[in-house]
Design a protein around this ligand. Structure first.
Ligand code: ASP
Length: 320
């Protein structure tokens, strides 16, 4: 089916009375012309991108590539927002969320998973080995152990000491950009333009026990539609979940917006409706020809892009 042109889409939007939409996405300044194959990820995850690129080069499989990329910060104790070494919840437990999605619309997710270093790989097993999309908590752990994953303590000494210090006040006020959250969302396209994506996090530091953010929620933290493109989110998950952000970005691209314009409009939906005073959200997105874009609420959001020229880290444009 032929996609509507941008002009047709704008006319449709006007017919629907969506004037505010127009104000928010006139600029095409940072539309990036990409090329295939391509990998992009949230924040400064250069090593993750490089691992994804190597896997894509060796195996030619974009799903394997994004999984390999996500596993890098999961295994890195210095990354306190993902996997091993992640900051705990307010009871001192490291609880992990992750999801993965392939070109055929298959997806898998785990939430509130403890003691397993690579939730992204458990999410992939949920996708491939079960009739379900998501497993949570004790059930997700039981499944992971059945699948041969090793049970281990994920709380590093550094994260433990910071948590003990936090307990002195136990003041809970998420300030996502200030906490320097590094949740990794990684999306890629192979040389045919086939897409996959992965997202993995330890969530907000000192969150309420049981809190699950956007990152493992298909459509919120990640969405892949092989007809159109893919998107992934980072930042304050509650803002993203309320607006089903990644699905929105992909649907806006389906209607003719560039990845940059779609990310911007999804951010504007949040800014227009929710209190974002101290909160950050950033989106990255790509379409099937490797064109990519990003946008965030506040300055400071960066993303890593890898193609055959190597990996570079770029600043996203922001609303503020
Ligand atoms: N989106 C994640 C969450 O809300 C956090 C982050 O991206 O930094 O759990």
């Amino acid at each position: 089916m032929k996609k509507p042109s941008r002009r047709q889409f704008i006319n449709t939007s006007l017919a629907l009375g969506a004037g505010a939409f127009l104000n928010s996405c006139q600029s095409t300044k940072t539309v990036e012309s990409g090329q295939l194959p391509i990998i992009i990820s949230t924040w400064n995850n250069v090593q993750a991108n490089n691992a994804a690129w190597e896997t894509l080069t060796e195996k030619g499989n974009i799903l394997d590539a994004v999984e390999a990329g996500a596993r890098v910060p999961e295994a890195d104790p210095a990354d306190q927002s993902v996997g091993y070494g992640g900051r705990p919840d307010r009871e001192g437990n490291v609880t992990l969320d992750a999801c993965i999605m392939d070109k055929d619309g298959n997806c898998g997710a785990v939430t509130f998973l403890q003691h397993i270093k690579h939730p992204i790989s458990v999410a992939r097993k949920v996708m491939e080995e079960t009739p379900h999309v998501m497993l949570s908590g004790a059930g997700a752990l039981e499944f992971a152990l059945e699948q041969g994953f090793e049970k281990q303590d994920l709380l590093t000494e550094k994260s433990k000491q910071e948590y003990i210090k936090w307990l002195e006040t136990a003041e809970y006020k998420p300030k996502v950009n200030i906490e320097l959250h590094d949740t990794i969302g990684i999306i890629g396209a192979d040389s045919n333009g086939d897409l996959s994506g992965a997202c993995t996090t330890s969530g907000l530091a000192y969150k309420m026990p049981g809190r699950v953010g956007d990152s493992p929620i298909i459509g919120a933290g990640l969405f892949v539609d092989n007809e159109v493109g893919s998107a992934v989110a980072t930042g304050m998950g509650e803002l993203v979940m309320r607006s089903v952000g990644s699905f929105l970005v992909v649907e806006l691209m389906r209607q003719g917006l560039s990845p940059y314009e779609a990310c911007k409009e999804a951010v504007m939906r949040i800014v227009r409706r929710q209190d974002t005073a101290e909160l950050q959200v950033g989106y990255i997105a790509m379409n099937k020809d490797g064109t990519y874009g990003a946008y965030s609420i506040k300055p400071g959001f960066v993303f890593a892009v890898t193609d055959e020229n190597g990996t570079i880290v770029k600043d996203a444009e922001s609303y503020e």
